[in-house]
Each structure stands twice: as structure tokens, then as C-alpha cells.
Design a protein around this ligand. Structure first.
Ligand SMILES: Cc1cc2nc3c(=O)[nH]c(=O)nc-3n(C[C@H](O)[C@H](O)[C@H](O)COP(=O)(O)OP(=O)(O)OC[C@H]3O[C@@H](n4cnc5c(N)ncnc54)[C@H](O)[C@@H]3O)c2cc1C
Length: 400
């Protein structure tokens, strides 16, 4: 089978157009945060979504019928890549790339009209209520219970690792509606207003001290039956459909390329034996190696895009992209901390806060990589852990 991995003249012109838009419209303060590892706030993400929406680019992966761009996979890739390169905030995936495709495919017309426009317009933040204690890789073991009571479901249970639940207006949530059925058969997909009485969000601090993830407790939460997506007890089908969409651009190539450039800047300004570290043969070889691995991953990614453009399902390649993409990003941050040497040891998490004006003794470029190195441990766990991805490759590709 032949594959064309070159971009066409039209695609290159499109990329130039996106780059020019980014130069003119990406606020310098937000760009500074992204390029220096400083934490973004809810409003940074939503304001950027509104800028894109005003340009008609709010839904890069959405069909035109729902107000999206109608772009194919290659344009979406070029767009993501240019945004990452320029230091734009990443698009918040929970609404745009997760719940929206489910609503488009399985939601009622009323749900589509109510929930899709605010996602596009940067007015609503969603979170993903899938995982529970005891139900992560084995998601079908989830126990959060929903019992029908007239025109409501009453929900009781606990979700965990819920990213940005503290920012969220809504949660798409897997609940058990039939405990007697086989695990996958008794699950339903509910849309829950995060301001409902009975919801408590408690922070979980990650290794780097950040507050990204949460526990979400649901006690007697009343959810209108109108917020059930599709049919009761068919939620597993919708949940798996959503996970298929989660893997779009899972390799994180644009982000890795941006951080590789930052690694080189750091290794150029740090010195060893009187010369820039980037010129020291052993360190330079390690940087070159990760860069070559990234280039190889990009080719694999383009092969997947080429298949998608021809309507061939990406299949197991998505698992390869997830594993290699996360390992490469982790390696880049490991090299950054090594380049910083002793400066990487005293790290000050507060230096990641916007407007930080403390007296951190480190140069600006040394303040955030250690926190980010620790934070990056998450990449091999979320979105389906790397061990689970290896199982998929072993089964589907190697026939083991
Ligand atoms: C930063 C972060 C953000 C997250 N955000 C969200 C979110 O927004 N919403 C949400 O619902 N979830 C979220 N998650 C949860 C994530 O999906 C789960 O952590 C992940 O699925 C793994 O589940 P677990 O943590 O329960 O680990 P477990 O499933 O208990 O696994 C523990 C370890 O055992 C390994 N393992 C498990 N089963 C197998 C097997 N069959 N073969 C080989 N090895 C195996 C795993 O790879 C892992 O190393 C997030 C997680 C993290 C770390």
C-alpha cells in the first residue's frame, strides 16, 4: 500500500495561515506562560477557546453541521502542531473531544442544542467522571449507583482522578443503573450539573504539588432523566466510543517538539567544562537520540493520519503513539532536569504560579522543569496506562 507523507501545497498554505493567525491573536502573556511551564487558569483556556471560536476555528475536529471546521485529520494535525509550536494553550479536550462526539452521535436533538454551543463558545467546562477507586484499567467494575426516582436519577458514589473537576460546570459520568446485569451491560451515561446539591469536589495533590485532579463525591445527587444520553444500560457503548475519540492527537508531537526546543535552549545556556552543555558530545548525543525518536514517531503519526484520511481505522497504532509519545515527553523533561544539574534540586512550585514575584534564587529557565518532570509521570498512566496499551499491541498486533 502506498502512502503519501508529504503535505500538499494547499496543506502548507493552510499551516502558514494558522501560524499567521497565531502570531496576531495569541496573547503574549498566555504564550509566555505556556512556553515557560507556568500554570494556566480556567479563564486562560476559555478565553483562548473564545478567540478561536470568533475565527470559526472553535471546533477543529467537529463537523460543519454542528458549527465545527469540518477539517480532515491532516488539517487538524497541522492546526494542533502550529498551536503547540506557538505556545497556545491546548484545547480543553473534555468538552470538545470527548463528550461532544458522544452527544453528536447518540444525544437527543435537545441535548445537542443545549450542550454543544456553550462548548464551542468557551462558556462551559466539562470533566470526565469515569474512574473510581477500584475501577481504572478495569473500568467496567465501576460502582457509582444511579436509581430512578420519577423524573430523576438519584446518584450515589465516588469518582476519582477527575481532572479539573474544580473548574467544571458539567460532568459526563458513568453510573451503574442495573447491578444485576453483567458489568458492561448495566452502565448508563449521565450528564451531571456540577452545581447540584450533594456534589463535593476534593483536591488530590499530585507528586509535583499541583492541583489538577480531584475526588468527586456524589451523595443523593438528583439528575433529571432528560440528562441520560442514549438508552439506559447502554452507556458502555458510548463510553468506548468516547475513548476512541480521546486518542486523536494522543502522541503529543507538537508539544514534544516545543519542549525539545526548550531543552536545547536550556542546554545552550548551561555550561559544563567551560562550554555549552549542548556541545558536550555525550549530552548532545542524548538530545539527538530523543530528537530522532520524535522524528520517527512523527512519521508513524503521519502514517496513521494517512490511513485516517483514507477512512481506514487507526487501530492498534494509537497504542504505539500513546506509549512512545508519553515516553519521549518524559525523556525530554528528564534531560531538562539533568541539564540543570544542582539547580534542579531546590524547586519552588510557587514559581509556576502566574505573576510569581518571590525571591526564587534560580534563573527563570530553571524554575519549572523539575515540577514538570514530576508532573509528566502522569502521561504513562492516564488515557489508558502504558501497560494496558502494551497488552493491546500484544493481543491485536503480535497475536500473543
Ligand atoms: C493525572 C491523571 C488524570 C486523570 N484524569 C482522569 C479524568 O479526568 N477522568 C477519569 O475518569 N479518570 C482520570 N484518570 C484516571 C486514569 O484513567 C486511571 O488512573 C488509569 O485508567 C489507571 O487506572 P488506576 O489508576 O485505577 O490504576 P489500576 O488500574 O489499578 O492499575 C495500577 C497499575 O497496574 C497496571 N495494570 C492494571 N491492569 C493491568 C493489566 N491487565 N495488565 C498489565 N498491567 C495492568 C496499570 O498499568 C498500572 O500500572 C486520570 C489519571 C491521572 C494519573
Amino acid at each position: 500500500m502506498t502512502m503519501d507523507l508529504d503535505f500538499t501545497a494547499e496543506e502548507r498554505a493552510f499551516r502558514a495561515e494558522v501560524r499567521s493567525f497565531l502570531r496576531d491573536h495569541l496573547p503574549a502573556a498566555v504564550r509566555h506562560k505556556v512556553l515557560n511551564g507556568i500554570c494556566l487558569e480556567r479563564e486562560d483556556y476559555l478565553a483562548w477557546q473564545r478567540v478561536l471560536h470568533a475565527r470559526g476555528w472553535g471546533g477543529p475536529s467537529w463537523p460543519v453541521a454542528f458549527g465545527g471546521t469540518g477539517w480532515g485529520p491532516v488539517r487538524q494535525y497541522l492546526f494542533d502542531d502550529a498551536c503547540a509550536e506557538a505556545g497556545a494553550p491546548r484545547l480543553v479536550p473534555f468538552g470538545l473531544k470527548m463528550v461532544a462526539p458522544v452527544l453528536m452521535a447518540f444525544g437527543s436533538a435537545a441535548q445537542q442544542q443545549r450542550f454543544l454551543p456553550p462548548i464551542l463558545a468557551g462558556e462551559a467546562w466539562w470533566c470526565q467522571g469515569y474512574s473510581e477507586p477500584g475501577a481504572g484499567s478495569d473500568l467496567a467494575a465501576l460502582r457509582t449507583r444511579a436509581v430512578r426516582d420519577g423524573e430523576h436519577y438519584v446518584v450515589n458514589g465516588q469518582k476519582t482522578w477527575t481532572t479539573f473537576a474544580h473548574y467544571a460546570d458539567w460532568m459526563f459520568c458513568l453510573v451503574r443503573t442495573d447491578p444485576a446485569a453483567k458489568p458492561q451491560r448495566g452502565i448508563s451515561f449521565l450528564l451531571i450539573d456540577m452545581s447540584s446539591p450533594g456534589i463535593r469536589v476534593r483536591p488530590i495533590r499530585t507528586l509535583d504539588g499541583a492541583h489538577e485532579v480531584n475526588e468527586v463525591w456524589l451523595e443523593g445527587v438528583r439528575v433529571p432523566v432528560a440528562n441520560l444520553v442514549g438508552e439506559e444500560n447502554r452507556g458502555w457503548t458510548y463510553a468506548k466510543f468516547l475513548l476512541g475519540h480521546e486518542r486523536s492527537n494522543i502522541a503529543g508531537i507538537g508539544i514534544a517538539r516545543r519542549e525539545l526546543a526548550r531543552l536545547k535552549r536550556i542546554a545552550r545556556s548551561e555550561t559544563g567544562d567551560g562550554r555549552p552543555l549542548l556541545e558536550a558530545p555525550l549530552f548532545a548525543a542524548r538530545v539527538a537520540r530523543v530528537e530522532i525518536e520524535l522524528m520517527a514517531l512523527e512519521i508513524t503519526n503521519l502514517r496513521v493520519l494517512s490511513a485516517e484520511a483514507e477512512q481506514r481505522a487507526p487501530g492498534v497504532e494509537a497504542s504505539i503513539l500513546k506509549i512512545r509519545g508519553s515516553e519521549i515527553q518524559q525523556e525530554i523533561f528528564a534531560l531538562m532536569t539533568e541539564a540543570l544539574g544542582l539547580q534542579a534540586l531546590p524547586y519552588d512550585r510557587e514559581a509556576m504560579a502566574a505573576g510569581y514575584a518571590g525571591d526564587c534564587p534560580l534563573p527563570v529557565h530553571a524554575r519549572t522543569p523539575t515540577s514538570q518532570y514530576l508532573n509528566m509521570r502522569k502521561l504513562s498512566i492516564y488515557g489508558g496506562s502504558n501497560e494496558i496499551q502494551r497488552n493491546i499491541i500484544a493481543r491485536s498486533m503480535l497475536g500473543l
